[in-house]
Write a new protein. Structure first.
Length: 539
């Protein structure tokens, strides 16, 4: 089957849910037996989000091939079986960078380089390259229609219909239908203006996905269809769902996937949504109650900073048929006020991050979890801080630290990776992407994975200092995961503890609601067991 393209745009406001809509549509089309790939086009001029603050852009999602990408790629991988790569996300910065390099090489034979056709052709070539081998390529255009930054992207996707033919290209526009309390009704005017912006560019949307707090009345759908020049059945309501994993089912009930396959003239089977129904059933009525997990970090004021992590913990709950309630705790607050707030949690997690701020609070939280036998999970920087805590409080190296924070530390138990010492540029220069790891038989990690050999995604510059291996292991720290090629410590554990594990990689990037990651499955199981012990002691 010739690849067909679905372009997803957004209007009225940012953060309207284009990424979730694209991912949910991908899930529905896969459930019909189609091969799907997804791609995100970001209008900002940064080459990638790798050097951007989490407060600016949320988390940075990492692919197997080491690309630092937009967090929406996390949605795409969680909802579908697509294995995404650096081709799956590109920015204005990358496009212009590529075109300028071609101009410097003389590829344009002395011609004047312009937005049309050179920039738009570059955009189209990247879209086509990523779509190879797929039945359906879903392409999300970042930003909001009307933004000056996204105009070259919109022009490029406008040209796609002429290039590929009407039956092979579909435009899906996600828009907002706000409820105005003072008027007591939903208003369609923002949607009308947003569609008008698209039409002025030359794009007539085929389907409108209307986000709203309430159900759209039939008469309002008819009005939107009339004023926006679409069929009434192509106005798809998307009211706020009880949970993001209920969105594919909700959109299927509203007929989105049926409308898409009809407009693209695709013969496909009815979707098998049984696995998604099972996920939603467990989220609604978990058989084993609730566990409370405290996340001690530094980016707690923006939930998107830990998007994949939060979702992976929810997946761990799905695997254990329990509800996971997350509490974000500012590590600096632990520094100032102590570990009292941690008393109420069934488990504690310290996530990744960069910089010294809050590091001492994380170390205090780790010591609390270790000495009080509370299940603990440290990820990337969280693993490094666990090593520092152990070195200080078990091995007696009271001034142990990471050289990231104290370059002149007497005991840098965490230090800069050798290949990083000559690196001066920040973008895309960390240890990035998937690397193999060999596990120690009988360890927490090996029991969780059920395997001795794994592969996980990394994003870091600093690592466990092998010069302290003998001292730390002599005092009981278990090095349960090793990258054999570089002789790098990937996982540390505390034997005899109910569950204490730190990993240098980011397992949250590979977790899915339909296939929870083994470490999150095991961590939540340990939290559930710990909760059971505390309940028994109260009785």
């Amino acid at each position: 089957m010739k690849t067909k393209f679905i372009f997803v745009t957004g209007g009225v406001v940012s953060s309207i849910g284009k990424g979730l809509a694209a991912a949910s549509l991908g899930a529905l089309l896969e459930a019909r037996g189609l091969r799907v790939t997804l791609q995100k086009l970001d209008p900002y001029i940064n080459v990638d989000p790798g050097t951007m603050s989490p407060f600016q852009h949320g988390e940075v999602f990492v692919t197997d091939d080491g690309a630092e990408t937009d967090l929406d790629l996390g949605h795409y991988e969680r909802y579908t079986n697509a294995r995404l790569s650096r081709k799956s996300n590109f920015t204005t910065g990358q496009v212009y960078f590529s075109v300028i390099e071609k101009e410097r090489r003389g590829d344009y034979l002395g011609g004047t380089v312009q937005v049309i056709p050179h920039i738009t052709d570059e955009i189209k070539s990247k879209i086509i390259d990523n779509a190879k081998g797929a039945d359906i390529a879903i392409v999300e255009v970042g930003g909001t229609v009307g933004d000056i930054e996204s105009l070259p992207f919109l022009e490029a996707i406008r040209q796609f219909r002429a290039d590929r033919g009407a039956g092979n290209v579909l435009y899906l526009h996600v828009t907002l239908v706000p409820y105005i309390k003072t008027a007591g009704e939903l208003k369609s005017k923002p949607t009308q203006h947003s569609v008008k912006e698209l039409q002025e560019i030359g794009i007539q949307p085929d389907i409108l996905l209307c986000r709203s707090e309430q159900e759209l009345p039939r008469e309002l759908r008819a009005k939107i269809a009339l004023f926006c020049n679409v069929a009434e059945k192509s106005v798809i309501p998307s009211a706020d769902a009880e949970h993001i994993y209920a969105v594919p089912l909700a959109l299927h009930r509203e007929g989105l996937d049926e409308e898409v396959v009809d407009k693209l003239n695709i013969w496909a089977k009815a979707p098998d949504l049984g696995p998604w129904q099972e996920v939603v059933a467990k989220l609604r009525n978990p058989a084993h109650g609730e566990v409370r997990i405290g996340i001690v970090g530094k980016y707690v004021n923006l939930a998107d900073s830990y998007k994949s992590l939060n979702e992976a913990l929810v997946h761990g709950g799905i695997a254990n048929d329990c509800r996971v309630t997350l509490f974000l705790i500012d590590a600096e607050k632990i520094e100032l006020e102590g570990v009292g707030p941690l008393e109420e949690f069934d488990a504690i997690l310290v996530p990744g991050g960069f910089g010294e701020r809050g590091s001492e609070g994380k170390i205090k939280a780790i010591e609390f979890a270790r000495t009080r036998n509370i299940p603990f999970f440290g990820i990337c920087l969280g693993m490094q801080m666990a090593v520092v805590e152990y070195a200080r409080n078990v091995c007696g190296l009271t001034d142990a630290c990471s050289s990231e924070f104290k370059p002149d530390s007497a005991h840098p138990v965490i230090h800069l990776m050798e290949e990083q010492k000559s690196v001066s540029r920040k973008g895309g220069t960390m240890r990035l992407g998937a690397y193999p790891c060999t596990l120690l038989k009988g360890s927490f990690a090996q029991k969780a994975y059920g395997s001795l050999d794994i592969s996980e995604r990394h994003r870091h510059r600093y690592e466990f200092n092998n010069g302290y291996r003998d001292l730390l292991t002599g005092k009981g720290l278990l090095l349960s995961g090793i990258n054999r090629e570089g002789d790098l410590v990937e996982i540390v554990e505390v034997p005899g503890h109910p569950w204490f594990l730190g990993c240098q990689f980011h397992p949250e990037f590979k977790s899915k609601p339909l296939n929870p990651h083994p470490l999150f499955r095991a961590f939540v199981a340990a939290a559930l067991e710990n909760k059971g012990k505390s309940v028994k002691s109260e009785v």
